[in-house]
Write a protein that binds this ligand. Sequence first.
Ligand code: MRU
Length: 350
Amino acid sequence: MDESSYKVKTIEWQGDEVVMIDQRVLPLHEEYVHHRTWQEVGDSIKTMVIRGAPAIGVAAAMGMALAAIQSPADSYEALRRDLDQAATGLFETRPTAYNLGWALEEQKKIYAQPAYPDHIRARLKERSREILDEDVAMCVAMGEHAAPLFPRGARILTHCNAGALATAGYGTALGVIRSVFKRDPSIHVFVDETRPFLQGARLTAWELKQEGIPCSLITDNMAGFFFRKGDIDAVVVGSDRIAANGDVANKIGTYTVSVLAKVHRVPFYVAAPTSTVDLDVPDGDAIPIEERDPEEVTHFGGSRCAPEGIGVCNPAFDVTPHENVTAIITEAGVHRQPYGESLAAAKRGS
Ligand code: MRU
């Protein structure tokens, strides 16, 4: 098994359409959503047709290319106006994933200087393809760097879905697990179901099962039971944004897992490309945390499971302080505390 053996495409160009697998209906249905406009891409990011920080970045880059294709502008100035409007609209879809803003900045570089509109259209599409290819390559590199960190027969816990579906392919945390499994098929993965959106139960479990990687699905509140029994040797998760000091924003519940790992002296690894590292935020307190629809909490499988009118909190992410992180793995290598300098150097080299 290697990165090319993963058959399902998270997101791709088909002619002048952007096609995404619909992650809201997996694993029960394999359906694809076709997009012809940047507004449609924005809706798909908001409604979680596509999710996971690196995949959101790729979608935003493709959304910008669609904006250029759909714009009737025949002057640089008019095209630039349309593109700036699309960039603002796409940026506002989800606040925590840093890859979104990063990808938009990459696309803005292309039309920063006057050029023929058709040249800009072609370059935006080409750059979105490069961002996709680079993302897969970064995931594979992270897997290579991280695999030696895991003992033989490791029992690894992961939270949320940081797999092929959350990236352009292969995955960050799940890419690491894929690479470990390639060397050592005796590993076992504990998959947190990841309430309330069930990315673990629906997506991570689906990816692991497809590839025959041994795993057990657990509800989030079972993790402590398995740590205490000594059944977890390592944790690996992805990230939506890493602050300059190494604080890590990831799916709600990640912080709780990091505390359990620390108490039980289990290594806690974070795998993320440098496009997730935000050197402009000094620490995790400055990372914006998305608050999502209360219905994700009050409903289960489309049916209400809480009283009408109940107050609800639904933060989609939390911050794990760098003290709880054993190592951060990027495409540049394995970073250890203190993270500041080595993350900045990795980012400069990217
Ligand atoms: O709300 P989601 O599903 O977009 O959240 C995704 C996560 O928290 C992932 O762990 C993170 O984006 C890393 S994905 C490689």
